[in-house]
Design a protein around this ligand. Structure first.
Ligand code: HEM
Length: 497
């Protein structure tokens, strides 16, 4: 018997193996044998190691921690996790970039995803947000094609400024988010120094059927820090710089944290508010709807296995709990379908049974079987609404009195108007107001950041973009034209179209 120095090594069916670093062959130089089950087992499993990466947000990093309620919000929601000050809820979080593949650079100019899974007593609540409070489009039907233009040209397999700007300048509701993206906020220093927002309007509901419209903000207690284009290019020499920063901070006990604050709107106000509250390209100015504190999220534990605990994480805006509900925002409605659908493809139909996705109290007894049912498949519990062994139906849903929808089925074309440029203009002016010459620098960075990308688009697309940015502010359009065309003169782009 060999001395025991660690766990006994076996095949995947548990047979101990004596010489796992050698394959079995006929003589020292002869062919290897099919009966070498260990070799076959190892190779066959290796051949299947890769699963589909997320179709967007493929590159990311994650960690675990807890959310603690610091302020009473029971007047606006009956969500169990907010039921009392001091209440703690375990969480999993994942940060990401959007457009790049799994190996792409953390420093890319891109929105940053920041998704949080709250393991509550009444199910998992996923807050799947970005570090910008708005988005490029407001109709989910545009999402797949928008993403195609931000990823690779189907012919060259290269990122392509022409299709990138062709889409954005043909769908100018994007302007507000484009301004964010090409300011230095488009390149946050790392994952710890960024916020996350629900973007969409959600509902906080109470057991009596009343509700408020809310937007959620998780504000970094480390502060927000951004990089200039040059700093981001330097950071990108280490493609994993933000992943490394997050992991190391948690390992050394420097736990990052975020304060959850909510903007709260009465349903009656929604009808008369200046902007459609179901339009995710718009914010609610804090002067109209101030931030109300709720609690603090802290990340204090790294995964012990990245694939098991982070790659297999499945966040979905449809994972809501009693007290938090979706609204009619058409983008949100599209997302309610898309995520779990993607996860059934990426991880399999029983993805909710993977330990990191498993709710604290699973009870979907009528869902049975399917590939990889690994949690006992609900054993002998009935798989239908049985009168012999009945389930308990917890009374958590109330009829809501305020919302009443009726109308014709219409194609909901949302025309772009001057009103879509107002908040983008505010953003430009807000950048310019920073004191000590900082404002001018931030505005100039925005112009330079766009120029350094736009210059390689075709000329007619460049012209359309100058006109689009000119609608934000004529001076911005003019400065952008000068900076971009100067760049075109000094380094003409290769036209692949
Ligand atoms: C109709 C619009 C959208 C669609 C169809 C869509 C679809 C998707 C899909 C299919 C995934 C991959 C899910 C997976 O395989 O696990 C994903 C990931 C993600 N999306 Fe969206 N998305 C949309 C808009 C948005 C918006 C507006 C936000 C932010 C407010 C957002 C934030 C995220 C984040 C953070 C992830 C990564 C989650 C993770 O870390 O696993 N998405 N999206």
């Amino acid at each position: 018997m060999a001395a025991v120095i660690g766990p006994i090594y076996t095949t995947s069916h548990g047979r101990p193996i004596t010489t796992p670093t050698a394959s079995q062959s006929i003589g020292a130089r002869g062919p290897i044998l099919l009966q070498d089950v260990h070799l076959i087992d190892l190779l066959a499993h290796f051949d299947r190691e890769r699963i589909p990466e997320r179709v967007v947000h493929a590159k990311g990093a994650g960690a675990f921690g807890e959310f603690v309620v610091t302020h009473d919000v029971t007047d606006i929601t009956s969500a169990d996790l907010f039921s009392e000050v001091g209440r703690k809820t375990p969480v999993a979080a994942r940060f990401s970039t959007v457009g790049g593949e799994k190996g792409s650079a953390d420093a890319a100019r891109d929105p940053r995803g920041f998704a949080i899974k709250f393991y509550t007593e009444e199910g998992n609540w996923d807050m799947v947000g970005n570090n910008t409070p708005i988005f490029f489009i407001r109709d989910g039907v545009k999402f797949p094609t928008f993403i195609h233009t931000q990823k690779r040209n189907p012919v060259t397999n290269l990122k392509d400024a022409t299709i990138f700007w062709d889409f954005l300048s043909s769908n100018q509701e994007s302007i507000h988010q484009v301004m964010y993206l090409f300011s230095d906020r488009g390149t946050p220093t790392d994952y710890r120094h960024q916020n996350t927002y629900s973007g969409h309007t959600f509902k906080f509901t109470k057991a009596d059927g009343s509700f408020k419209y809310v937007k959620l903000h998780f504000l970094s207690r480390q502060g927000c820090k951004d990089m200039t284009n040059e700093e981001a290019a330097e950071a990108a020499t280490n493609p994993d710089h933000a992943t490394e920063d997050l992991y190391n901070a948690i390992e050394r006990g420097d736990y990052p944290s975020w304060d959850l604050k909510v903007q709260v709107m009465d349903p009656e106000d929604a009808e008369s508010y200046r902007w459609n509250i179901f339009d995710v390209t718009k914010v609610w100015p804090h002067s109209d709807y101030p931030l109300r504190p709720v609690g603090t999220l802290t990340l204090n534990r790294n995964a012990t296995n990245y694939f098991a605990e982070i790659e297999q994480l499945a966040f979905a805006p449809s994972h809501l709990i009693p007290g938090i509900e979706p609204t009619a925002d058409p983008m949100l409605q599209a997302r309610l379908f898309s995520y779990a659908d993607s996860q059934r493809h990426r991880l399999g139909v029983n993805y909710q049974q993977i330990p990191v996705n498993r709710p604290l109290h699973p009870g979907a007894y009528w869902q049975r079987d399917g590939f990889m049912s690994v949690q006992g498949n609900y054993g002998a519990a009935p798989n239908y609404p049985s009168t012999i062994k009945p389930n308990t139906y917890k009374p958590v849903d109330a009829n809501q009195t305020h919302e009443l929808w009726s109308g014709q089925a219409v194609w909901n074309l949302q025309e772009v108007t001057d009103e879509d440029f107002v908040q983008a203009r505010w953003f430009w002016e807000m950048l310019g107001k920073k004191g000590d010459g900082e404002g001018q620098k931030l505005q100039q960075n925005l112009v330079g950041n766009i120029a350094s990308h736009l210059y390689s688009a075709k000329q007619d697309i460049r012209e359309r973009c100058y006109a689009m940015f000119g609608r934000v502010e004529p001076d911005l359009g003019q400065r952008l034209r000068l900076a971009t065309e100067e760049r075109v003169q000094s380094a003409p782009a290769v036209d692949s179209h």
